[in-house]
Design a protein around this ligand. Structure first.
Ligand code: ATP
Length: 689
């Protein structure tokens, strides 16, 4: 048997007259050596039951998947006498049910997808529950036995009374009475012109079919009525006939040349409504399902709302504050620190015969910055304790500290070098912790300036003489009290707005993809646009709630700076959230593994955290990173948000426009990747067995 590319035929919708399904020269393989369909021909006359039989792994499910358009043929043609997906009823081998929903909710969901109204779904549900002997429609699918779940799956295929029914092993695990009644119902349906393809491992059961297709090694060994087949083979039952034909096929194939078409054009079963990207009825179905699931997952929803609030609260309480009650060692050769009282530094240190100990004044000023002093008698033991992490640093005052300082101030340029050296407080600070070390050094310098001012005031001298010859006027933006939280708060807000929608969307979509529900919905006719629209609509509500709460904590509870327009900021955060949703959706499309998706989602957000100026300013990044990090999703968004919050930039400020522009571009990039994968990656929603 030879097949070349000229013989390949694209499927059409108009099957031959009186044939419901007609498959010609079907070829399919998953790997070059594993050919599953090898030039198979199959014909299902209208108004009949077609029993597809064959050993496990012979390709029955693959063939049915090609018919319903789940996967593509490498070559051949599939002709169906239906135009729309809603005219097909499909029960997959793996049940692919929403088990967090009740039986009725599953019926409503698929009913809406097939364009039915509530009343007809209700009427059909009552009929199917009775016929399939199902428990109450209010039972959750997850609480049903395996056999009951299979019956729910059959009911979904029946719900819209389709023209063609495709049932992949519907009677596995069912008792004989129920199997019998299902076959009776199928036979009754054929009288109303319905056509049915059914696969089963129970060969005797298939005797009731009008036509039997015996499948083996990618082709049909026979396709005829059961009785005629047995008669032709001279066998008493179908099993014997199958064995006989298999044996004959083995002998024939030895002399047959295996010729798989060299250039293959993928062929997909065509349904007219595949070209229609959006339908309000189907959107209603998908919305119904998503809302039902969200309602059900209320603990998860509480978590979704509480987590960002908690995160923002913890951020504001844990980060950016000044360390307090740090221990410092003091070696004071001028006066025992225990004797330092207010009177020890009263009076003017420049007066002759003064008895002032200015070391006490300095220690008091520094103590106001919240330090605890531990007195030591010598530097050696104090430094030993610095090394042992008992104290963060050491201050050493010389014996005649005040007198030397007085000489240094009074004599100025003529001061003796010894006075210059004795008037300096020697300090050793543990700088291994950069944040704490810098706080200590900053406080020491700041306290020195205040201390000198006070000391000069006590002498009725101009206190400005003690200040640095540098004057900081009122800041243009921000305030002298600005701290790290004010700086990082906008970045945290942007990250929350991107991260939570991405995790939530990715998780929801991937769960449905891995459970096979996504595939079943697609086969039922739901399009990607409808599914994305539904998720985005629902997520938007969640996102708005999350962002509003985070903003309340950030700007009302903790009073972080928000100088600019709340509306502009909210709008920016809104599109950042949409970008997060598309990012999550993209991860779910690209990946087939929950762990990898979680890692890539969390990993990306950690990278964004480092590169968006949250932890450290972008201006300080390595020049190579700085030259590319502007292109990362949140860099310009954070910049714009910071401009709005701390500098009162308006919407039309170039920085803000740039932030909006970059966020919109990232939305488009994520959308394009989703589109690209769905268009060019085969079977994006099919989970490989
Ligand atoms: N996604 C896939 N990737 C690789 N091989 C696959 C894939 N799906 C199926 N196969 C292989 O294709 C062959 C046909 O599988 P298929 O599920 O169509 O058989 P089947 O006749 O329906 O089997 P069963 O009666 O056990 O359900 C098997 O060898 C199977 O391992």
């Amino acid at each position: 048997m030879k097949q070349n590319s000229e013989e390949i035929e694209i499927s059409t919708i108009s099957g031959s007259k009186n044939n419901a399904v007609q498959i010609r020269n079907a070829y399919k393989r998953y790997t070059p050596s594993a050919i599953v369909l090898n030039g198979l021909n199959l014909t299902v006359p209208e108004g009949t039951i077609y029993g597809l039989l064959g050993p496990s792994g012979c390709g029955k499910t693959t063939l049915l998947n090609c018919v319903v358009g789940r996967i593509e043929l490498d070559a051949g043609s599939i002709q169906l006498r239906v135009r729309k997906r809603s005219e097909i009823g499909y029960m997959p081998q793996s049940l692919n049910l929403h088990d967090q929903m009740t039986i009725l909710e599953n019926f409503f969901f698929y009913g809406y997808l097939f364009g039915m109204n509530t009343e007809s779904i209700q009427a059909r549900a009552i009929d199917l529950i009775t016929f399939l002997d199902l428990p109450s429609g209010h039972r959750f699918v997850k609480t049903l036995s395996g056999g009951q779940q299979r019956r729910v799956s059959i009911a979904i295929a029946f719900i819209h009374d389709p023209k063609i029914l495709i049932l992949d092993e519907p009677t596995v695990g069912l008792d004989p009475v129920l199997s019998r009644s299902i076959w009776d119902r199928l036979l009754e349906m054929t009288k109303r012109g319905k056509s049915i393809i059914i696969t089963t491992h129970y060969i005797q059961e298939a005797r009731q079919a009008h036509t039997i297709g015996l499948m083996r090694s990618g082709v049909l060994l026979a396709e005829e009525a059961p009785l005629s087949l047995m008669e032709r083979c001279g066998c008493a039952d179908l099993e014997e006939a199958f064995l006989m034909l298999s044996h004959k096929q083995e002998q024939d194939t030895k002399s047959m040349e295996l010729a798989y078409p060299k250039s293959s054009h993928p062929v997909k079963a065509y349904y007219e409504d595949d070209n229609k990207t959006f339908s309000r009825t189907k959107l209603r179905g998908v919305m119904y399902k998503n809302l039902t699931l969200l309602k059900r997952e209320y603990i998860f929803m509480v978590f979704v709302i509480v987590l960002p609030v908690l995160q923002t609260y913890l951020f504001n309480t844990a980060i950016g504050r000044k360390p307090r009650n740090l221990h410092l060692a003091v070696v004071n050769d001028e006066i025992a620190t225990a004797n330092c009282s207010h009177s020890a530094y009263q009076g003017c240190f420049l007066d002759a015969n003064q008895t002032v100990s200015l070391s006490c004044l300095y220690l008091e000023v520094l103590q106001n910055e919240s330090y605890n002093f531990i007195e030591y008698t010598n530097d050696t033991t104090a430094l030993h304790d610095v090394r042992k992490n008992k104290v963060w640093g050491l201050l050493h005052f010389t014996e005649n500290y005040t007198a030397s300082l007085a000489n240094r101030v009074a004599l100025g340029l003529d001061a003796f070098p010894q006075d210059v050296s004795n008037s300096a407080i020697d300090t050793w600070v543990d700088l291994s912790n950069q944040y704490i070390g810098n706080f200590i050094r900053y406080d020491m310098v700041r306290s020195m300036v205040s201390f000198l001012k006070k000391a000069l005031e006590n002498c009725n001298e101009n206190p400005k003489l003690g200040a640095l010859p540098l004057s900081f006027e009122q800041p243009i933006f921000g305030s002298f009290d600005e701290n790290f939280i004010s700086y990082a708060s906008t970045a945290i807000l942007c990250l929350c707005c991107f991260f939570f929608p991405s995790i939530l969307t990715g998780g929801l979509v991937l769960t449905e993809k891995l459970g096979g529900m996504m595939e079943r919905m697609m086969v039922a006719g739901a399009t990607m646009i409808e599914m994305m629209a539904s998720i985005i609509l629902i997520q938007m509500v969640v996102h708005i709630m999350q962002t509003a709460l985070v903003m309340v904590v950030m700007y009302i509870v903790f009073d972080n700076p928000l100088e600019g327009s709340l509306i502009t900021l909210s709008l920016l955060m809104f599109i950042t959230g949409i970008a997060g949703m598309f990012f999550g959706f993209m991860l779910a499309v690209v990946n087939t593994d929950m762990t990898i998706t979680a890692y890539s989602g969390i990993g990306t957000n950690i990278v964004l955290c480092f590169t968006s100026g949250l932890v450290w300013p972008i201006e300080a990044e390595h020049y190579l990173l700085r030259s590319v990090c502007w292109a990362f999703p949140l860099t310009w968004t954070v910049d714009a948000a910071r401009g709005i919050c701390s500098k009162n930039y308006s919407f039309l400020h170039p920085y803000v426009l740039r932030g909006f522009g970059s966020t919109i571009v990232w939305n488009l990039i994520f959308m394009y990747v989703i589109y690209f994968f769905m268009k060019y990656k085969k079977d994006v929603w099919v989970i490989q067995k």
